[in-house]
Design a protein around this ligand. Structure first.
Ligand SMILES: Cc1ncc(COP(=O)(O)O)c(C=O)c1O
Length: 477
């Protein structure tokens, strides 16, 4: 068959598109990507994914390889997380899906226990937004427990929220925005005394905290922990599309499934949200766990820990910045240091913009509740290979913006037309344009003003504008 376009030309175009992306390898992007710095491991993962490419992960009875790989991966993670034979699980397509399914399981278990009304989901304010999404999708009320200005949640504050309508309490190990390891043991003891299940969201920490020394118990070693999510596409170094959700107790875990024989097609029995799905990321994760083994994960975590300590020490030495709270694992949130005079402070958002100009992409995080504006860093094994250059950039970036005040968004917000009712798409696009964000969705060079607008805009409006931004980005041109 002759193709409409030649494969070489198609791939050349794809390579051209990728050239404009943030680099996924080499340690220059400190969020989203988890580079072990081992090219041969990436090759192995790609080869394994390619072997499984035509397989449909929907049906492990037709494709027995899928069941075999899943068993192995679940067994590997269960052992790391101190699960016994009563802990069973599922490979999912990512952290969000694992979190969604933990909540769906809890809701169905709550209903199955004969409760009526609306179940409630109790989560610290630092819990990943995937739980707000889960509550939205599955009809639970979200009960956000405020945290301190360091991201720490009080056990007593969670205790106050416990009641018969609570279907699930979530804690993080650690949380994404502040790297807080929530008080898992204390929360699990209280919740289980009320008969309430506890999910530990270790999506980001699950494959690295087991190799971090000196931590209190946070996984299935803690009685009362009923489920744990852990992403292989984060510190499992697999390509995107693979996470695990482990649950204590077969009967509980069966609530995760959706099954129906009530249609004329094949019986549908899905542990996950998708039907047909790729088995490629699962195969890649499987191959990586086999190649690295526990000792390989330990070595990569050791490298990550050395880099994290070096960055913490460097930030502590930069006048005007401070590391927020007591971070656990390879994540950091960096804030302005209120202990120095304003003219010596470093605004974390201006800092991130300046550091990006020096070749490293940090992630700006908006102020929220008691937590001030911060900049997030995810540190990975590859960070060690660029550490001297990164530390120099962190310092130079701070020197460049020290004393520059946080962007005041009021002039921009003042230009907003009075808003009544829901925004239509064109009005939303017009407002984005007035903020300097083009119709093509191109973001401005400097992100600090955008974050200041997000911080100051009422969430429903900010959310609507961001929806417009993302939706227009993929409109065919
Ligand atoms: C703690 C935590 N939970 C859940 C998620 C969501 O994971 P994903 O982006 O794979 O859906 C993340 C992502 O960073 C996370 O850090």
């Amino acid at each position: 068959m002759t193709f409409a376009e030649q494969p070489d030309a198609i791939l050349a175009e794809l390579r051209g598109l990728r050239e404009h992306d943030a680099p996924t390898h080499g340690g220059r992007v400190l969020s989203y990507v988890y580079d072990p710095g081992l090219a041969e491991l990436d090759e192995l993962a790609a080869d394994a994914a390619r072997l499984m490419q035509p397989v449909n992960g929907l049906d492990p009875t037709t494709f027995g390889s899928v069941a075999a790989l899943e068993r192995d991966v679940l067994g590997f993670v269960r052992e790391l997380l101190h699960g016994d034979a009563d802990v069973v699980g599922t490979v999912t397509t990512g952290g969000t899906e694992s979190c969604l399914l933990a909540v769906k399981t809890a809701r169905d278990a709550w209903v199955a226990a004969g409760r009526t009304g609306q179940p409630r989901l109790v989560i610290p304010a630092t819990a990943h937004a995937a739980f707000q999404k889960a509550a939205h999708y599955f009809g639970l009320a979200v009960d956000l427990v405020p945290v301190s200005d360091t991201g720490a949640v009080e056990v007593a504050a969670i205790e106050e929220r416990l009641g018969a309508d609570v279907a699930l309490v979530v804690v993080s190990a650690p949380s994404y925005p502040t790297a807080t390891l929530d008080p898992v043991e204390a929360v699990a003891a209280l919740a289980s005394a009320h008969g309430i299940p506890v999910h530990v969201d270790a999506c980001i920490g699950g494959l690295v905290l087991p190799f971090w020394p000196g931590l209190p118990a946070w996984d299935f070693a803690v009685p009362g922990v009923t489920s744990v999510s852990a992403d292989l596409h984060k510190y499992g170094y697999a390509p995107k599309g693979v996470s695990v959700l482990l649950q204590r107790g077969r009967d509980r875990q069966r609530m995760q499934y959706f099954a129906t024989t009530r249609w004329p097609g094949y019986p549908v029995v899905n542990p996950t949200i998708l039907g047909s799905k790729s088995a490629g990321p699962l195969a890649a994760a499987w191959a990586i766990t086999r190649a690295l083994g526990v000792s390989g994960f330990q070595r990569l975590a050791d490298s990550t820990r050395r880099s994290t300590s070096a960055i913490v020490a460097a930030v502590a030495g930069i006048e005007g910045l401070r590391v927020l709270g007591a971070p656990v694992g390879p994540l950091l949130a960096v804030a302005a240091d209120p202990a120095v005079a304003p003219e010596r402070q470093v605004d974390p958002h201006h800092w991130a913009d300046a550091v990006r100009g020096l070749g490293f992409v940090l992630q700006l995080q908006p102020a929220s509740g008691a937590i001030p504006s911060t900049t997030h860093l995810t540190i990975t094994p590859v960070t060690e290979s660029v550490l001297p250059e990164l530390l120099a950039a962190l310092e130079q970036g701070a020197d460049a913006v020290r004393g520059a005040p946080h962007v005041d968004p009021t002039p921009v917000l003042g230009q907003l037309p009075p808003l009544a009712g829901p925004l239509d798409s064109d009005t939303a696009a017009g407002i984005l344009a007035s903020f300097g964000i083009g119709a093509g969705g191109a973001l401005p060079e400097s992100l600090a003003p955008l974050l200041a607008i997000i911080e100051a805009t009422p969430p429903p409006l900010a959310e609507r504008l961001l929806v417009e931004l993302l939706a227009r980005l993929v409109e065919p041109r």
